[in-house]
Design a protein around this ligand. Structure first.
Ligand code: ADP
Ligand code: MG
Length: 591
């Protein structure tokens, strides 16, 4: 859309207001413009807390030369034409006010080259006085410099807070947008020193690590879910929320984004903290980075001058959506009995509910344990220990051994492609799942916990007399891992029950596997070998197509496996290709 003057009628309808309160508001408006222009690189230079200079450089679309004067004219915008458009805004800006308002209280220089034009142009506005544009040779994109902010409005200048306060505010603005747009690389320089950089990998986790630090990040869990709206459409939410161990005395770290816009809304942050009801001591609040995607016509962004507040068509649905996304994840996590997460309660939303019927090969610890009634939330709370994250009676959660990996997809029904902060990880689904099950069973054995088994229609299997003797010797042990084998005549055996994780396994196959192990392995390694055989049979097969949720759960468990790199039999479970390796493979020049 070209930049056009809004009609008086539309102007009357926009919630006009002062957008330039302080340096951080300038930074916010200019970043929004860069994002609206499709930039995936945005550099922010700030001098003296923004009072001397704020400069935003982007590689977005640029502005056509003939539109330059309009860009700095009040109520001229390329993002809105009619009053109707106000009801479904898809851009961050829409009022056509920011550049004009900023230019009125500063010395603004706009240098831009539209990506379809050969030559760039520069325009200067000094305290609202527009100077003629002149051509300049520049790369495509836009650089806007705002100097001497408020030089002509002494009253506002006087009310500026300390330089450090302004710097903090600017950092907040930049880091929020970096989280809302993980594909965009943000670089923030304060007085020529780089103070923040986001990798632009497209993975929210990577940005959150940079913003909140690795230590905090490690105490957060991923959430995802959906809520249908009465009027059609849906709210989709995803992000990271803190474990109850990590909390704050105020709600300032509950960060909520609606359609890529950071919003301050007490009701929404209340919804998040309510979801922790009973899990956090009074006066403590969680941390959250929560992205809500809602239909554009479901949210009214035209209610607040700085667009920091929004109004929803069905605000109760938003409240419900947040509860639905956050509550089960946090409660499920806190209730988990062992250090392997609980897929049933961490898979939330309508899409995930169905996954509770997933193939038995993907059942996890809770399904293995007899008598696994979870304690009440209060009991769980009383076990909390700030130094260890317990997932069950006295057992701290396993420490993370791999970075958080984002599942990209599945290749050849064999491998899970994931991405982490340090590049790509290709995971062998069968080897990895075997490793996970193996550790789960050994954890239960170490704790002398009973492994639940499910009865089967007995399937008779014939063995040789030598094999029969060996099998007799291990029947008692097999029972401890949930495999109930009984003699059925001299050289025939039946499997009467299998552990729930292996309920899907072909019993005759498993028995054949067990017999092979008995013949091949020496006495002292036999128990471990039997556990391995069981896990190999119970694990997801190669060639099995996995749903996204299943892959995520598998990866999430592998991330905390004490030995995530190999299967119990020593085969690799994953191949890591660092970003550098990938770049080398593609002969890319260094960044
Ligand atoms: P709004 O963003 O509400 O439209 P602004 O005053 O912020 O109003 O910007 C006016 C117009 O200038 C925008 O509509 C857009 O067309 C253009 N513009 C501003 N900044 C940029 C930028 N960084 N890249 C490309 N176009 C821009
Ligand atoms: Mg704007």
């Amino acid at each position: 859309m070209p930049i056009q003057l809004l009609s008086d009628d539309v102007v009357a309808k926009i919630a006009a207001g002062e957008v330039v309160e302080r340096p951080a508001s300038v930074v916010k408006e200019l970043i929004e413009n860069s994002l609206d222009a499709g930039a995936d690189y945005i550099q922010i230079d700030v001098m003296n807390g923004g009072q001397r200079l704020i400069r935003i450089s982007d590689n977005g679309s640029g502005i056509e030369a003939h539109e330059l004067p309009l860009a700095v004219t009040r109520h001229a915008t390329s993002k809105l034409q009619t009053a109707e458009d106000l009801y479904a805004i898809r851009t961050l800006g829409f009022r056509g006010e920011a550049l004009a308002s900023i230019a009125a209280v500063s010395r603004l220089t706009l240098v831009t080259r539209h990506r379809d034009e050969d030559l760039g142009h520069q325009i200067r506005v000094d305290g609202g006085q527009v100077e003629p544009a002149r051509p300049v040779g520049v790369p495509a994109g836009t650089v806007i410099s705002v100097e001497n902010l408020f030089f002509n409005t002494p009253a506002r200048l006087k009310f500026l807070r300390s330089e450090n306060t302004e710097k903090r505010q600017i950092t907040t603005v930049v880091t929020r947008y970096a989280m809302a747009y993980p594909k965009v690389r943000f670089v923030l320089l304060m007085d020529d020193r780089e103070t923040f950089r986001s990798p632009g990998s497209g993975d929210l986790n990577d940005v959150v690590v940079r913003v909140l630090g690795l230590g905090t990040f490690k105490q957060m869990i991923e959430v995802e879910g959906e809520q249908l709206l009465r009027g059609g459409g849906r709210i989709r939410g995803y992000g990271l929320i803190s474990l109850p161990e990590l909390n704050r005395k105020d709600r300032s770290r509950i960060m909520i984004f609606v359609n890529g816009r950071a919003v301050q809304d007490n009701q929404l942050s209340y919804a998040v903290s309510q979801a922790y009801h009973g899990l956090l001591p009074k006066g403590n609040y969680p941390m959250a980075v929560l992205m809500l995607d809602v239909p554009a016509d479901f949210v009214d962004v035209n209610v607040h001058p700085t667009k920091a507040e929004v109004r929803f068509r069905e605000s109760d649905a938003v409240f419900a959506a947040i509860q639905r996304i956050v509550r089960p994840a946090i409660v499920g996590h806190t209730r988990t009995q062992y250090g392997y997460g609980n897929p049933r309660s961490s898979m939330v939303g309508p899409g995930w509910d169905r996954n509770t019927n997933i193939s038995p090969g993907l059942l996890f610890t809770d399904d293995l344990v007899a008598n696994n009634a979870a304690g009440s939330e209060q009991e769980t709370l009383s076990q909390l220990d700030p130094t260890a994250i317990p997932d069950g009676p006295g057992r701290p959660r396993n420490p993370r051994t791999l970075p958080i990996l984002r599942v990209v997809g599945q290749v050849g029904a064999n491998y899970i492609v994931t991405e982490g902060p340090a590049g790509m990880y290709l995971i062998d689904q069968h080897a990895a799942h075997t490793r996970i099950l193996y550790e789960q069973i050994n954890t239960l054995r170490a704790d002398s916990r009973e492994i639940v088994s499910v009865p089967l229609d007995p399937v008779p299997v014939d063995v040789s007399s030598k094999e029969a003797r060996r099998l007799e010797n291990v029947i008692a042990f097999l029972e401890t891992i949930g495999v109930l084998v009984e003699p059925f005549g001299a050289e025939t055996f039946v499997i009467r029950a299998l552990p729930q994780i292996a309920a899907d396994v072909d019993p005759a196959d498993l028995l054949a596997g067990i017999v092979r192990v008995l013949v091949a392995i020496q006495e002292d390694g036999i128990e471990d070998a039997l556990v391995q055989v069981l896990c190999e049979h119970a694990a997801v097969r190669s060639g099995q197509i996995l749903e996204h949720g299943q892959m995520r759960e598998l990866v999430r468990q592998l991330e905390r496996s004490p030995s995530p790199h190999t299967s119990p039999s020593g085969r690799p479970t994953l191949i890591h290709m660092s970003a550098e390796q990938l770049a080398r493979e593609f002969s890319r020049p260094p960044d």
